[in-house]
Design a protein around this ligand. Structure first.
Ligand code: CA
Length: 479
C-alpha cells in the first residue's frame, strides 16, 4: 500500500515537472492554415530513439505528397492562398450550372420542335388524304360565291358570330349531301393550311387617311420597319414577351418596361426595367417571381396587372404588380390550350391576350370553333368574358395577331422576312375581310406581336430581338 502511494506521488511530481516545461506554439502551416502545437518533454527519455530515422523521413515524404494533392485539389499549384482555389472552384461550379441550364433549355426546345414536326406531319398526311379524296370526286357545279361586281372588301372572308355573311370559295366547299348548313364545319376540318396566303393575294388595303397626323381610333394603314431595342444574350431569350402598361399605376411609372423570357418549362421570372434605355442596356430594376408558371408568349399588362395564361391550363391569371400577388384567376371557358390551337409557330401559343383602346381581350379557339379564332372581351378586374366573336380565320394558319381599336389583325407568316397582315376582323360590325398590309419579320422568327395603345406601336419578339414597329392608322371607312 505504501509502495503504491509512493509511486502515485512520484508520478504527480514528474507530471508537474513536465507541465512546468510545456510549451504552446501557434503559427501558419505551408498552406496558410493556423496550427497549434503543444510540446512536452518526455519525463523518462533524454532523447527520442530513431530521431530523424527512416520512419520520420517516411512521414515527411507522405506529408509532402498530401500537401501537393491538397494544393492541386484547391486549384493552387504551389500552395497559394486558399481563397484563390475556392474562387476558381466556385467559378467552375457556376459555369457547370450554366451549361446544365442551357442544356435543359435546349432539350425543352428540341421536344417542342419534335412535337411541332409531328403536328406538321399529321397535317401533311391529312392534306394528302384530302387531295386524294378530291381527285376521286366529280367536280361540283360552279356557282360563284362572290358576285363579280362585289368589291373584294365586302366578300366576307371571315364570318361574324351569327354566320350571316357570304363566304369565300377559298375556305368552303360543299359536303357530300350538298347541305349548306354544315359548310363551315366541313371547311374547318379539311381546308388546306395554305389558304391564308392565297387569300392574302387578293390585295385590299385601307385607303390612307388624308390627314397626316390622325391620332384617333381607326383602321391600320401601314406598319413601318422594325426598330431593334435589345438582343437577348442567351438561349433563354430566343422567344418571349415584352410589355409596357398603357395605363400604368403606381408604384411603377408609365416608362417601365417588362419582359418574360419564355424558353423553358417553368417560366416564372418577370423582369422590370426603368425605361427603354435600361432595357437596351440589360439592367433590370425589378425581378418578380410569379407564383404560377407562364405558358407561352401571350401575356399582357394593363392597369398595374400582368395578365397571363397559367401553364398547362386554360386558367387566366391577373397578377397585381403592386402587391406582388394573384388578384384574380379564372378559366377561359372551353379555350383550347397547350398545343390544341396554337398559331402556326406552335410554342403553345393557344391563348393570346391583348390590350387596346377598348380594354382587355383574349384570342384563342375552342373545340366548338374547330380551330377558328375566337375573340373574347374580358372584364379586366374579374377576368369574366363580357362578349365573344367567332371568326372564320383558322388559328394555326396565321403567325400571330393583335387588336387595335376593337379590330383583330392577323399576320400571315412568322418566318418570311416580307409577309403581310392578311386579315382584319371588326368586332363592332362582326365582319372580317382580307387585307394585305406589308409586314417585316426582320430576324425571321417572330414569336410575339402585340399592339400597345399608349405608345401606338406594335411590340414584337423576333428571334432573340426585342423590336417595335411604328404604325399608321386611318379613319374608318364606311362599309
Ligand atoms: Ca399577340
Amino acid at each position: 500500500m505504501f509502495l503504491l502511494l509512493s509511486l502515485c506521488l512520484c508520478g504527480l511530481l514528474l507530471r508537474g515537472d513536465a507541465q512546468d516545461r510545456a510549451a504552446l506554439w501557434k503559427g501558419n502551416d505551408r498552406g496558410g492554415r493556423c496550427q497549434y502545437t503543444f510540446s512536452v518533454p518526455s519525463p523518462v527519455e533524454a532523447s527520442c530513439p530513431q530521431t530523424g530515422g527512416p520512419e520520420v523521413e517516411g512521414l515527411k515524404t507522405r506529408l509532402n505528397l498530401l500537401e501537393v494533392l491538397v494544393s492541386r485539389l484547391t486549384g493552387g499549384q504551389t500552395g497559394g492562398p486558399q481563397g484563390t482555389g475556392a474562387k476558381a472552384q466556385a467559378e467552375l461550379q457556376e459555369a457547370l450550372n450554366r451549361a446544365v441550364g442551357e442544356r435543359n433549355l435546349l432539350r425543352g426546345e428540341k421536344e417542342r420542335l419534335e412535337k411541332e414536326l409531328e403536328g406538321l406531319q399529321r397535317r401533311m398526311e391529312d392534306m394528302r388524304r384530302e387531295t386524294e379524296k378530291l381527285r376521286n370526286k366529280p367536280c361540283p357545279p360552279q356557282t360563284p360565291m362572290v358576285p363579280p361586281s362585289t368589291p373584294l372588301q365586302d366578300s366576307g372572308l371571315m364570318r361574324p358570330a351569327g354566320g350571316s355573311s357570304v363566304m369565300s370559295h377559298l375556305i368552303n366547299r360543299p359536303n357530300k349531301q350538298g347541305d349548306s348548313s354544315s359548310l363551315r364545319d366541313s371547311a374547318w376540318q379539311y381546308g388546306p393550311p395554305g389558304f391564308q396566303e392565297m387569300k392574302a393575294e387578293v390585295t385590299e388595303v385601307p385607303a390612307p387617311d388624308s390627314s397626316e397626323d390622325y391620332t384617333g381610333c381607326g383602321v391600320l394603314v401601314s406598319v413601318a420597319e422594325p426598330v431593334t431595342h435589345k438582343k437577348a444574350d442567351n438561349i433563354a431569350g430566343k422567344y418571349g414577351v415584352w410589355m409596357q402598361d398603357p395605363e400604368a399605376v403606381p408604384p411603377y411609372g408609365s416608362n417601365m418596361i417588362w419582359r418574360i423570357d419564355t424558353v423553358g418549362s417553368n417560366i416564372r421570372q418577370l423582369f422590370g426595367y426603368e425605361d427603354m434605355d435600361q432595357l437596351s442596356k440589360g439592367f433590370p430594376s425589378k425581378v418578380l417571381l410569379l407564383p404560377e408558371s407562364v405558358e407561352s408568349t401571350g401575356a399582357t399588362l394593363y392597369r398595374g396587372s400582368l395578365y397571363y395564361q397559367r401553364r398547362l391550363s386554360r386558367t387566366l391569371i391577373r397578377y397585381d404588380l403592386a402587391s406582388e400577388s394573384i388578384a384574380a384567376r379564372r378559366d377561359l371557358p372551353h379555350a383550347n390550350f397547350h398545343g390544341q390551337a396554337p398559331y402556326s409557330w406552335g410554342g403553345y401559343t393557344d391563348i393570346d391576350l391583348a390590350v387596346d383602346e377598348q380594354g382587355l381581350w383574349a384570342v384563342y379557339s375552342t373545340n366548338k370553333a374547330k380551330g377558328a379564332i375566337v375573340i373574347s372581351q374580358l372584364n379586366p378586374h374579374s377576368l369574366e368574358v363580357k362578349k365573344s366573336w367567332e371568326t372564320n380565320i383558322r388559328k394555326n394558319s396565321v403567325a400571330n395577331s393583335f387588336i387595335i381599336c376593337g379590330k383583330l389583325y392577323t399576320v400571315a407568316s412568322y418566318t418570311a422576312s416580307n409577309t403581310t397582315i392578311n386579315y382584319m376582323y371588326d368586332t363592332e360590325s362582326s365582319q372580317g375581310k382580307a387585307i394585305a398590309i406589308p409586314f417585316r419579320n426582320k430576324h425571321r422568327y417572330n414569336s410575339m406581336i402585340d399592339y400597345n395603345p399608349s405608345q401606338r406601336k406594335l411590340f414584337a419578339w423576333d428571334n432573340f430581338h426585342i423590336v417595335s414597329y411604328n404604325i399608321r392608322l386611318g379613319r374608318q371607312q364606311a362599309n
